[in-house]
Design a protein. Structure first.
Length: 262
């Protein structure tokens, strides 16, 4: 059996009602429960549904299902209207926080500096951080060296201060490598290119100044048709799944397929 894989179901800004959210959550929990894989399954609903879902009794009865927020704010004090702190999430029983998703970088102008503050705040509070990184198509077209340079730079900025200030516990940091052009487009990266980039990320983080050994997962148009091609590689520790995470049949098949791989 290979190392434990992690599946993160990112619901993005959906569904429109709590009723639907409960129904999707229950489906995910049921499939996860049935397969009982050697897989960590994480659901990332919008903030408004988190407290309701996290409090539901069915979560507590299934130890393999975890929650992630889709973002977190870096401050912990009161005067930030509209923001959600790491403590609020932690106290709700949320275990993970997705930080630096490319949609937030692109549409909400999140900078590496903001992302770095969120990463540090999340870790300090005891949330496990899922940091999203990835290059756009212009950089990809320049070739592998250009992509590596970009990723190295992004890691440097987003993880600034991490090794000095924080004693990272095992599994408290996950890197999600998501080439921007593959997110929500139906055009995933090739598994071979993803493996190469993930190897590069792992090598970079193992070296100084980081000396970290996080799980590195792939994201970008992952579905039941291609997930096995990614997860069969031992370098790829899991997947961040967007659109497919709100399709009942897809959730079922993704979990079942992953169960056969691990
Ligand atoms: P997608 O989204 O699977 O719809 O491409 C991935 C993500 O949320 O980053």
């Amino acid at each position: 059996m290979s190392a434990k894989k992690i599946l993160i179901f990112n619901w993005k800004m959906a569904p429109d009602s709590l009723k639907e959210a409960i129904s999707f959550f229950e489906r995910t929990r049921t499939y996860a429960d049935k397969t009982r894989t050697n897989t960590e399954i994480v659901v990332a609903p919008p903030f408004v549904y988190l407290s309701n879902l996290a409090a539901s009794a069915s979560v507590k009865s299934y130890s393999g299902l975890r929650f992630a927020s889709q973002d977190v704010f870096w401050e912990d004090s009161v005067a930030y209207t509209g923001e959600i702190s790491a403590s609020m999430l932690k106290n709700l029983g949320v275990e993970y926080a997705i930080i630096g998703h490319s949609e937030r970088r692109k549409y909400l102008n999140e900078t590496d500096e903001m992302i770095n503050k969120k990463v540090l705040a999340g870790l300090k509070t005891g949330l496990k951080v899922i940091l999203c990184i990835g290059e756009d198509l212009i950089i990809r077209r320049r070739g592998k060296k250009a992509v590596e340079e970009f990723i190295k730079n992004q890691l440097e900025k987003d993880l600034k201060g991490i090794s000095k200030s924080y004693k990272l516990k095992a599994n408290s940091l996950i890197i999600a490598y998501e080439p921007l052009w593959s997110i929500g487009t139906g055009h995933s990266d090739t598994p071979q290119d993803a493996v190469e980039m993930i190897r590069f990320i792992k090598k970079t983080l193992l070296a100084k100044p980081y000396t970290l050994n996080p799980k590195v997962i792939y994201g970008g148009s992952v579905d039941s048709k291609n997930i096995a091609d990614f997860l069969k590689h031992p370098e790829i520790d899991g997947a961040l799944i967007g659109h497919a995470s709100l399709k009942a049949e897809e959730i079922k098949r993704i979990i079942e397929i992953t169960a056969k791989i691990v």
